[in-house]
Structure formats: C-alpha cells, structure tokens
Design a protein around this ligand. Sequence first.
Ligand code: GTR
Length: 355
Amino acid sequence: MLQNKRLVSLFCLVMIIALALSACGGGNNAANNEKNKNDNGAAENTPAPAPPAEGPKYNFRLAETHPADYPTTKGDMKFAELVKEKSDGRITIDVFPSAQLGEEKSAIEQVQLGAIEFTRVSSSPLGEFNKEFGVFSLPYIFDNDEHVWKFLLGDAGMKLLDSLESSRLKGLGYYTSGSRNFYSEKPLKSLEDLKGLKIRVQENQLNIAMIDALGANATPMPYGEVYSALQTGVIDGAENNYPSYFSSKHYEVAKNYILDGHQRVPEVLMMSKTAWDKLSPEDQAIIKEAALESITFQREEWAKYEKLSEEQVRAAGATITEVTDVTPWQEAVKPVIDANRQQYKTILDAIDAAR
Ligand code: GTR
C-alpha cells in the first residue's frame, strides 16, 4: 500500500516537472505564444487551414502623431503593408494615428523601452534623445528638398540613422517633411513682425536658441496642444510645413503664414532596438527593406498633400507672404550656427558636400 502511494507520488512529481518544462520552452516570447495558439488551434479545428509561412508570427504597434490621411501615416501604412507581404502575413503592424499612443516625446520613450515597437517621429524631438539628430534643427542648412535627400540617402545620412542604436532605437528610414514656416494671427510680413512674439516650437533646445536669435520668445510644447494654445492666446504663433499647418487646422486661428523656410526637419521611421534584437536576420532584412521601399511612396503622397494643403489654406483665407530675400533671416541666426558648428562639424560638412 505504502509502496503504491510512493509510486503515485513519484509519478505526479514527474508529470509536474514535465509540464513545467514544456511551459517554459514555449512561453518565452509573445511570438512563440502566438505560434503555440495556432498550432493548438490547428489541431483542434479540422480541416486545418493552409499551413502558415515558416517562422514566428508577430503583431507589432506603430505610433504616429498625424491623422490617417496625412502623408507620414500613409507612409507608415505602406511600410506595414510591405512587411506583411514580404513575410507572407507572419509580421503584421497596426498603425495608431492621431497620437493615440502618446505625443512624440512619449512615443520615443516607449519605443526605447520596447513598450511600443515602432514609431514615426520628427528629427527635432528625436534630437533630445540622440544629439546628432539635433543638426536638423539648425536653421537654413539646406537649400532645397533635393539637397536634403542627397544628404539623407548618402553614406552620411545612413550612418546618422545607424547612430540611433546608441539610443536604444533602430533607425529604419527617413520620410520627407518639406520646409517649416512661421504663422500667427498677428500680421507676419517680415522678420520685424516676428519680434517679441511668443512662438511655439518643437521640443528641442536648438529651437529655443533659433527663436531667441530671431527676436521672438520660444515656447516648446507638444504638437497636440498647439491649436488651443493659439486659440486662447497662450502663444502668438507657431511654425510648421504646409501639410501640418493645414491638417492641424492651425490656419483657422493663425491666418498669416510667412514662407521663410527656416528648417527642413526629416521624419524618421524607427523601431525599438529591444524588439529588433529579438528578430532573426531574415526578418530584420524584411523590415529594413520595407522601410526603404516605403520612402518613395511617402514622398509622392507628400507632394500631392503639400499642394492640396496650400490650395486649401489659401481658399480658407490665409494670407501667405513669400520671402524674396532670406539673407536677413540667415544673418540673424548665424550665431546659433556658429555656436554649434564644432559639435556638428562632421555632419555639417557632409551636408555641405551634398549641395
Ligand atoms: C510636423 C511633424 C510632426 C510633429 C510636428 C510638430 O511637421 O510631422 O511629427 O513633430 O511637426 O511641430 O510637433
């Protein structure tokens, strides 16, 4: 009797250990859990569906500030579509537009921690996490869009993207964002008109220096708060490209737009380094390829939406002022460039060489 009891206990112990071991083996990441679910599902429901493509399955999230019809969001969606296609449906990415997962600074932090796998953000707030990216907040360093892209797609631009690894981020590709211009409800016809105005800027120290040099006062704040800050008079103005000026409806509460083109701040598509490191080299290649391929599409969408935005804000009664001579603006901010030239020497030289 005693002997039998011992045998039963021993059997139970062996079963418990076997169960514990199998749970450990299958449960060490979300992708495996997902795979087990499917394996079990397939065993329960006959007939089995078509066999899944080889390799683990993933469902990732991508944080985006802009609404669904904005060109960066369309770029994100194209990227997700290409990843799905190239992985035969194994890797899916859900795009969360309109800052649903948080404003840009918070999205970057969450991606660093691996809480969100992907985000698309502007280089300007990114510059607070990786100093090198601050270079894009320096005013008037690019001549035009062609100049920007010659730099971004060249060796130096790609090296810069790789430098994000030291900030626990994996840079995948750049998207375009045109050029940024000032706007206010107060008349803006010249540099003089900017003097003393309270201007909202993206959250980056260099923007504060730039606004000071232009004789205005900088107020850094998240993008999503700008409309009501303009409306209530907390700020007198802000600055952005045509598409953002239009899609955010800032033109409704700041109808004077002056085309000084002070910055061309590329958008960056990136992944959490933690999530990236868990992928196989094959899956990493799929993600990288898809990101680079989505750039052309994003730039085409941008060109269309930029045109539409200009037409729409003009039709809504915005007063647009061209700047025929940008020299006084450039001279005003020269101290900012001089103070930062040493720190950004290598990148600034590469930007000059791409001219
Ligand atoms: C836009 C950019 C956004 C955000 C915004 C801002 O041009 O696409 O990601 O950075 O500017 O001014 O905060």
